[in-house]
Design a protein. Sequence first.
Length: 268
Amino acid sequence: FSKNFQLPGATCGNRSFPNRLSSDKVALKILDRTRMDPQAQRLLSREIGSMEALQHPNVVRLYEVVETPCRLYLVLEYAGGGDLHNRICSEGKLCDTACKITFAQILAAIKYMHGINIIHRDLKAENILFTCSGCVKVADFGFSTQVSNRSAALDTFCGSPPYAAPELFRDECYLGPQVDVWAMGVLLFFMVTGTMPFRAETMGKLRRCIMDCAYSVPPWVPGPCQRLIRGILKAAPAERRGCGPTGASATPPSSVCSADASSLAVAL
């Protein structure tokens, strides 16, 4: 859609966010309000709240929320280059240069989110989008939450099981930044190998693989990148690279959270 479109039946409850109207394309997320149960309403409210607070070049922007009696429209930044999951499934693992550039942009987005105490909790390849020019955009904040500080304990299992950290399967409280960092380790493994680190026929076996950290990095992956993956995918949350004893990622190693792709070259 173009930014200068009109929606039928829109009410005065619309919420606009600063942006320069133009003929640029936008994405439209349409939700049927009549079919939303209380839990779905809470998740949507959380998603909108998180996106209202986020303004970063590697995060999908929310331009406007438009309400009608039966529907809710989220007017979003358009990312027409597909998602990371489909790209790898169709083209195979990323080359070294593409991996460095993509991973650096994901890390820049997550570092920014954690800096304002927003936890994504559903990082996966399907939620990493690309613009037509190749810029990375982190999307889908339905499971995100804003915490009072990065050491605040959370207790809700969120996200996709193959990307879930071990502590999520232990039914215990967890620290948000630490589960996001774990998911970034899974993403890095997927990008450099074209396969997932944890695979199993059943959910029970997958759970055991993740809790035991039973994965193997292919020997052809460069040594520094192997060490980075192993430094992130650790069962003990506080031992993960970029995670201090409180789970805060305010001062992580440059090889984990630098937004500069060139500084990732050493690790990758």
